[in-house]
Design a protein around this ligand. Structure first.
Ligand SMILES: Cc1cc2nc3c(=O)[nH]c(=O)nc-3n(C[C@H](O)[C@H](O)[C@H](O)COP(=O)(O)OP(=O)(O)OC[C@H]3O[C@@H](n4cnc5c(N)ncnc54)[C@H](O)[C@@H]3O)c2cc1C
Length: 404
């Protein structure tokens, strides 16, 4: 084996990169993380980890770190259709792991996990920007920091640099993208009149919109608004539009009193919601994880859980097989399978809940009463993620095609 500076060189110190670095360094491997940000601040990212992600967090041994970062367990998941309450699920009573959703402030989580990676022995370099990667054995990583241009070699370069990954482009992966035009806008709110143990999920399928609120503890909440860019009600980026954001959530069906004393405590930003992904996220010494491998539609809140699934699966293959080319290929094959399953199920929900027009209304008029009578017809994405059945029989059952 040709000598290399590191076993693994990871680009990005987010949930994916920091968690992987901590695990591998803790197992005695030489791990480097480069992160372009020196001090993390709010940039509107995922803060509600679904129950299926909790199982991954436990398998990766990061529960205590998330606790220390201020994570709070959210027991109830309350849904509304338009303005009317529809149901309120007790996640602790109804999930196999008997766990709720875990909410945390994203910058606090990143700081905690990256510090933990460093404490486990990873070489963490903040304020360093990725510039290019050359595939191979070893692979070469080029970067730019306070000391100018540098290069290092590693047995494996990991692209954990998020939904606009430059590692992905530089290594020549082909990016696929869903066609729908959903957008998601988010802002950190203080002063909402809402309980601290319940996710509020207001769906307005007739108009293809939704408003969500995730409690973060200490009277803070992450509010989201999901809408189609085709019939965007208003501009949703920039804090000058914080009032428009609230108006849009209320028009979607969220009670106005929730927001009476609302104050934006962070930036308001909107992002495209369509999935982006690569097939087989490994090639010749370069592997992708987290959003760089597949950024799933934030409207379904699975990104954090999917990211931890990637970290756990890649870690297990790398630690079990010293032939890392084989190990990374095995990860990529597994990723293709579980991401495809999740993507399939989410596309069904997107069709049912966000498609507008007469055909979509007719579909809902058939499916909703059947789901109300038999809730188990719906795939359990919250509890099981990609492990919920997603074959043709599951699809037919969800869309009540067995009922005339
Ligand atoms: C609006 C929105 C709402 C969301 N809501 C939810 C939710 O409720 N629940 C949920 O589960 N998921 C949600 N997600 C998804 C979730 O945020 C992501 O899946 C998760 O953050 C992915 O983690 P990551 O580590 O792969 O990427 P990131 O969190 O993006 O981290 C990437 C890191 O790489 C660094 N980086 C990037 N480029 C470079 C470079 N060139 N050089 C060096 N460093 C670099 C970045 O600074 C960053 O620290 C949401 C996403 C969005 C956009």
């Amino acid at each position: 084996m040709t000598p290399s500076d590191y076993d693994v060189a990871i680009v990005g110190g987010g949930l994916a990169g920091a968690t992987l670095a901590r695990s591998l360094a803790g197992s005695g491997l030489r791990a480097l993380v480069i992160e372009r940000v020196i001090a993390f601040k709010d940039r509107v990212r995922g803060e509600g980890m679904l129950p299926w992600g909790r199982a991954e967090a436990t398998a990766l041994g990061i529960d205590d770190l998330l606790d220390t970062a201020g994570a709070v367990e959210i027991r109830y998941w309350k849904r509304y259709i338009g303005g009317a309450p529809r149901d309120c699920r007790d996640l602790i009573e109804t999930t196999p792991g008997r766990q709720g959703c875990l909410d945390f402030y994203h910058p606090a989580m990143q700081r905690q996990l990256l510090d933990a990676a460093e404490a486990a022995g990873a070489h963490v370099r903040r304020g360093v920007e990725f510039t290019a990667v050359e595939c191979g054995s070893p692979a070469t990583l080029r970067m730019r920091g306070a000391h100018g241009e540098e290069r290092v070699t590693a047995r494996l370069v990991v692209g954990a640099d998020g939904r606009c990954s430059k590692v992905r482009t530089s290594a020549g992966f082909t990016v696929k993208r869903d066609e729908h035009s959903l957008m998601i806008a988010g802002v950190l709110h203080e002063g909402l009149k809402l309980p601290g143990n319940t996710v509020q999920y207001v769906q307005n399928p007739a108009e293809g919109r939704a408003a969500l609120v995730f409690p973060l503890g200490e009277e803070r909440f992450r509010s989201y608004f999901v809408y189609s860019s085709k019939n965007a009600p208003r501009t949703m980026s920039g804090n000058g539009h914080a009032g428009d954001f609230v108006t849009s959530c209320i028009e979607t069906g969220a009670p106005a009193e929730w927001y009476e004393n609302a104050e934006a405590a962070g930036p308001l930003a909107a992002y495209p919601g369509a999935d982006t992904w690569v097939a087989h996220p490994y090639r010749d010494g370069v592997v992708l994880i987290g959003d760089a491998a597949a950024a799933s539609n934030p409207a379904w809140g699975c990104g954090l859980a999917l990211t931890l699934r990637d970290v756990r699966v890649l870690r297990d293959h790398l630690l079990a097989n010293d032939q890392w080319d084989q190990a990374a290929r095995a990860y990529a094959r597994e990723h293709d399978a579980y991401y495809a399953a999740l993507h399939r199920v989410q596309s069904w929900f997107t069709l049912l809940m966000y498609e507008t027009g007469p055909a979509a209304d007719a579909r809902r008029a058939h499916v909703f009463p059947n789901l109300a009578r038999e809730p188990a017809r719906a795939p359990d994405m919250l509890a099981l993620g990609p492990d919920t059945p997603s074959d043709e029989a599951a699809r037919r059952r969800f869309f009540a095609e067995d009922v005339v």
